[in-house]
Every structure is written in structure tokens, then in C-alpha cells.
Ligand binder design. Structure first.
Ligand code: GDP
Length: 320
């Protein structure tokens, strides 16, 4: 089916002037890998680089949505425009329909200074690494000063979210064996701030203690390095949100003063370039397949007339 034509300039102008519909449409173009995407990205580029990206990850039910709602309220109280991207790496569905149950954000849905969007990343080549940075760019160009990327912590996704964010917040709850889980998942290396939510429940102090102990054993204790603070919260009552905000502000200051912000952003851009380049190479190899080139080489490898390295070299040579 041919893609619907898009008036990129008009759409970008509308998104920049604050139209939620235009922002939503641009993010849909990202998800659909619309042919106009390249033109969209070129038009957005000069308007990006302002947003501060916060990654929020943790197991289902730990309180991510509740915490996000509270953080949005805190940033709105500072007069900042906020974007929220809820990424579910396990879901093939995306768009507005899921928002009702994924994010309980009724407080903010009518606020024109808050953009909320849920995205699926399963089924996309490269998952988070492909679509999320481009969706972030849309929100950034639309004037969001803060963007919260909320991801369900399953396997690789929390590590990936760390790659996308300026500051990564890992949310835990007491009594879920979280401390041990966290260490296993490599979460200690990626967290810039730990929040032990549901501090109204038994075991919060023990979880905090476990985490602090693990941090003290890690390799992030050297002078000049950022040592992730551990704060507690009861997100459902808004308690501890000030401490979370303080942790976020301090980390941001450290990122700027240490030069880490620029380093992280460079690494992020390099990853994005690489994943786009790889996707484009894959597409070209795919078209080689269609033109029987790859089949011929495969036949030769199976028959022992050539080896896979030589065949791969031929493929690479044909691409350049
Ligand atoms: P998510 O799946 O990580 O996004 O978690 P939610 O934000 O949807 O929260 C899951 C459930 O825990 C909801 O019923 C919340 O109301 C509840 N909840 C969130 N924060 C707290 C808290 O600090 N204490 C308690 N007791 N419940 C909380």
C-alpha cells in the first residue's frame, strides 16, 4: 500500500507551535518507518538538543506510572513542558489505545504542555534502539524541556533505556527480592538514581540497605565518579517526590559539570547512526536476496564451491 503523502514542513511547524496532533502524527511516522521519515528528521534536527531525557525503569507494578505522574506534576509546577514516552518492549501494540491502561495519567491528559505517548518496540528492527531516539527527537523539537521514557524492566530493555537517557532512574519495591534481581540484571551499572518505592510497605529499609551495600562494593565509588543515591518514596501519596527531584537535579548538574552529558549524547548519536546504517545495509542485502545473488552464493556454500567468508565478502563488495 503506498504511504499517504505528508506535508513535512507544515507538520513540523505545527508540532513546534504545540499541536499535540502533529506530534502524535510525527511519532506515528517514526513507528511506521514512513518514507518521509528522513525528511522529517532533517526538518527536526535544527530544533533538537534542548530536552533533558530521564529513563525510568523497573519491574511491572513497582510504581513507574504513579511516579511518572508525580514527576510530571513537579516539572509542570516549574513551568516546564514535559513529554512522556511509555515503551513496552514486550508488546506489539502501540498508539493511543493502550494509554488508558499503561499510564494512569488522568491528571495530565488535558494539559496541553504534556505530551503522552505509548510505543511498542517489539517487532521493530533493533527494538528500542531504532524507534525511541527518533520519537525523542520529535518531542525534543516540539519544545519538551523534560522527557520521561518509561520502560518495563524486562531483560535487555532497562540496559537499552540507559543508553537513551541522560539520567536513568531504577525503581524498586521492597520485598520482591529486588536487590538481588537488580544485581543480576546489571542494573547497578546503569542506575544514576535508585528509588525504593512503596516505602509504606515492610522491608523498605532492608532494600535500601542492600542496595547501598551493593553500591559500596561496586566500581562507582572512585572520586569524581557519580555514586547513585538511594531514595525512598510512596508515590501513591506523593511522598519522596521532592527527594527524587533533588536526585535528578543533582545528577543533571554533575552530568554538565563533568562533561558526561556531552559524552553520553555523543555515544547515543553514534549508536543511532550505526543502527540506521545497519538497517539500511540489511535492506540492501535483502534486495540482493531478491535478485538471487544471495541464493546463488548460498548454493555455492552448500555445494562447497566457496566458503561463507568469501561469499560474505562478495556481498559486501556488491554493496559498495
Ligand atoms: P507500574 O506498573 O510500575 O507502572 O506501577 P503502577 O504505577 O501502575 O503502580 C502499581 C500499583 O501500585 C498501583 O495500584 C499503585 O496505586 C500502587 N502504588 C504505587 N506507588 C505505591 C506506593 O508507594 N505504595 C503503595 N502501597 N502502593 C503504590
Amino acid at each position: 500500500m503506498p504511504a499517504r503523502p505528508v506535508d513535512v514542513a507544515a507538520l513540523v511547524a505545527a508540532a513546534r507551535s504545540g499541536s499535540p496532533r502533529a506530534v502524535a502524527r510525527l511519532i506515528s511516522l517514526v513507528e511506521d518507518r514512513h518514507p518521509a521519515l528522513r525528511e522529517v528528521m532533517a526538518a527536526l534536527a535544527p530544533h533538537t538538543g534542548q530536552a533533558f531525557v530521564i529513563g525510568l525503569t523497573g519491574a511491572p507494578g513497582v510504581g513507574k506510572s504513579t511516579t511518572t505522574t508525580m514527576l510530571v506534576a513537579a516539572y509542570r509546577a516549574r513551568g516546564q513542558r514535559v513529554g512522556i514516552l511509555a515503551v513496552d518492549p514486550s508488546s506489539p501494540f502501540s498508539g493511543g489505545a493502550l494509554l488508558g491502561d499503561r499510564i494512569r495519567m488522568q491528571d495530565h491528559v488535558l494539559d496541553p504542555e504534556v505530551y503522552i505517548r505509548s510505543m511498542a518496540s517489539r517487532g521493530h528492527l533493533g527494538g528500542l534502539s531504532w524507534t525511541t531516539p527518533q520519537a525523542l527527537r520529535v518531542l525534543d523539537a516540539a519544545g519538551c524541556e523534560v522527557i520521561i521514557v518509561e520502560t518495563v524492566g524486562v531483560g535487555q530493555s532497562e540496559v537499552q533505556v540507559a543508553g537513551l537517557a541522560d539520567t536513568t532512574v531504577v525503581l524498586l519495591a521492597p520485598g520482591m527480592g529486588d536487590g538481588v534481581q537488580a544485581a543480576k540484571a546489571g542494573i547497578l551499572e546503569i542506575a544514576d538514581l535508585f528509588v525504593v518505592n512503596k516505602a509504606d510497605r515492610d522491608g523498605a529499609a532492608a532494600t535500601v540497605r542492600d542496595l547501598r551495600h551493593m553500591i559500596s562494593l561496586g566500581d562507582r565509588t572512585a572520586p569524581g565518579l557519580w555514586r547513585p543515591p538511594v531514595v525512598t518514596s510512596v508515590a501513591s501519596r506523593g511522598e519522596g517526590i521532592d527527594e527524587v527531584m533533588e536526585g535528578l537535579d543533582k545528577h543533571r548538574e554533575w552530568l554538565q559539570s563533568s562533561g558526561t552529558l556531552q559524552q553520553r549524547r555523543l555515544a547515543r548519536a553514534a549508536d543511532e547512526i550505526e543502527s540506521i546504517a545497519v538497517a539500511s545495509l540489511r535492506a540492501r542485502i535483502g534486495s540482493l536476496h531478491e535478485h538471487a545473488g544471495l541464493n546463488r552464493l548460498a548454493t555455492d556454500v552448500v555445494a562447497g564451491r566457496t566458503d561463507p567468508y568469501a561469499a560474505a565478502e562478495e556481498v559486501v563488495a556488491a554493496l559498495t
